[in-house]
Design a protein around this ligand. Structure first.
Ligand SMILES: Cc1cc2nc3c(=O)[nH]c(=O)nc-3n(C[C@H](O)[C@H](O)[C@H](O)COP(=O)(O)O)c2cc1C
Ligand code: SF4
Length: 420
């Protein structure tokens, strides 16, 4: 029996994403119609009940975020759809944009109506430039048919959507950096406060949500919260689109109910490790996420169970690495990524990443000094606590979790009972 589900992805393959008529023929825009007949407060209550943690990685409660955004004073607010999807091994937002762009627009319109915004911006990563025509067409057709623009469906609510792209920097996925980028400045995070919910894009109150979060909102408005909550577990209700990649037979974006085990995801959905190799490690949540080993494959994929193992859902990326790769080489590739992507604004991240890289290089060559590991861990903890933004705070998550799960690969002799 298939372990995947089609709730957020129910429209995938069912209509032509380049045609609003095709979307309307499968009942498209019924979520917007329902939402416009409700009050903002009713939608916020539904969103709180759905208990959706933001799918951009930080897992902030969406209902709470929408309630805060709605309560900010101001008759000119902004909704930003974060389609930067820069986390390595993450391509679930691409699957939504390419196969169901109209549902994403519905999510944005509903968010705009709920918080009282006049304009929406999609910040699309430049590497997804091939999807621009599809989104622009969806925006144009929706406007022509009255689902977007002035006085949507005669409701008195007006909302316009604009499309922007950055130059391809990972840090531009961070909310305030993304705003700087749209404003034409270089991609560096803003100091907070003021918080973007009060003073964001063009100094206006701004709500930033991930693509998947917005698509989920349109889904539970259309079908009802109970239907959405009937999937998943009591603590992690609903479904999640994961991006499964690396050394698995069937890589891809899959929608799963929360609660499947990592083993079911990697072996039943992913088909297991190809060419007769064994699993070495998996990394959850992209480069800023954490790694685990085969001994915890029976952990359910829920926010709570993963946290107990020191793991995260994060962006929903699941990267599988087999026994052909040395852990230290894997850690080095992640480290190189962060050196490349650090914006250089703050010292802990700019310098810390480079200093740790020097130590990792010595491990790669087998020339490490006696106190290298301690020094790397000290630098990593300084970065975690003192970096200016989430990039530097999480850049060493892979290193620290790799030391925890594979101490022997770092020259530490630890009894099996002491592992983890
Ligand atoms: C370095 C960095 C990169 C990020 N990249 C993304 C991204 O590509 N897409 C995304 O949705 N959120 C990204 N985030 C998280 C956003 O800052 C923000 O929390 C999110 O877009 C909010 O939407 P959500 O509440 O729906 O998750 C990133 C955060 C950091 C610190
Ligand atoms: S942690 Fe500092 S240097 Fe690193 S990306 Fe953020 S602001 Fe830039």
């Amino acid at each position: 029996m298939s372990k995947t589900v089609s709730i957020i992805t129910e429209n995938f393959g069912k209509y032509d994403p380049s045609s609003i008529d095709s979307y309307l023929s499968i009942g498209g825009f019924s979520a917007v119609k329902k939402a416009l007949a409700m009050s903002s407060g009713e939608i916020i209550e539904m969103t709180k009940k759905a208990a959706v943690k933001g799918r951009g990685g930080a897992a902030y409660d969406t209902g709470r975020k929408w309630a805060q955004a709605a309560s900010v004073q101001g008759d000119d607010k902004v909704v930003i759809c974060n389609a930067d999807e820069g986390e390595p091994c993450t391509f679930k937002d691409r699957s939504i944009i390419s196969q169901d762009p109209f549902r994403l627009l519905e999510g944005m319109i509903i968010a705009g109506y709920t918080v009282g915004a006049k304009n929406g911006y999609i910040y699309l990563r430049e590497e997804y430039r091939h999807l621009k025509p599809l989104l622009l067409n969806a925006i144009r057709e929706s406007t022509e048919k009255g689902y977007l623009g002035d006085n949507i469906l005669g409701s008195g609510f007006s909302f316009h959507i604009h499309l922007y792209s950055g130059a391809g920097a990972y840090v531009c996925g961070e909310g305030s950096t993304l705003i700087e980028s749209i404003e034409g400045k270089s991609g560096r995070p803003r100091i907070k406060p003021p918080f973007i919910k009060e003073c964001g894009l063009f100094q206006l109150p701004t709500l930033v949500n991930n693509v998947e979060t917005l698509a989920i909102a349109a889904t539970f408005i259309q079908h009802g919260v109970e239907e959405y909550l009937s999937h998943g577990t009591p603590d992690s209700p609903g479904t999640k689109i994961i991006s499964l990649a690396g050394n698995v037979k069937n890589p891809g974006a899959y929608e799963i109910p929360f609660g499947l085990t990592l083993r079911e995801i990697i072996y039943d959905i992913g088909g297991g490790i190809p060419d007769g190799h064994e699993l070495k490690l998996f990394q959850l949540g992209g480069a800023s996420g954490k790694v685990g080993d085969a001994s915890i494959l029976d952990t359910p994929y829920t926010y709570e169970a993963l946290a107990k193992q020191g793991l995260v859902v994060g962006s929903g990326g699941i990267l599988v690495v087999d026994d052909r790769t040395r852990v230290i080489d894997f850690v080095k590739s992640v480290q190189d990524f962060f050196i490349h992507e650090s914006c250089g604004k703050c010292t802990p991240c700019r310098e810390g990443n480079r200093q740790i890289a020097k130590i990792i290089d010595r491990f790669v060559d087998g020339n490490q000094h006696q106190d290298d590991l301690q020094t790397a861990e000290r630098f990593a903890n300084i970065m975690k606590n003192c970096a200016f933004c989430g990039l530097g705070e999480t850049a060493q998550s892979t290193l620290l979790s790799a030391i925890n799960h594979f101490p022997e690969e770092f020259g530490l002799e630890v009894a099996a009972s002491e592992k983890h």
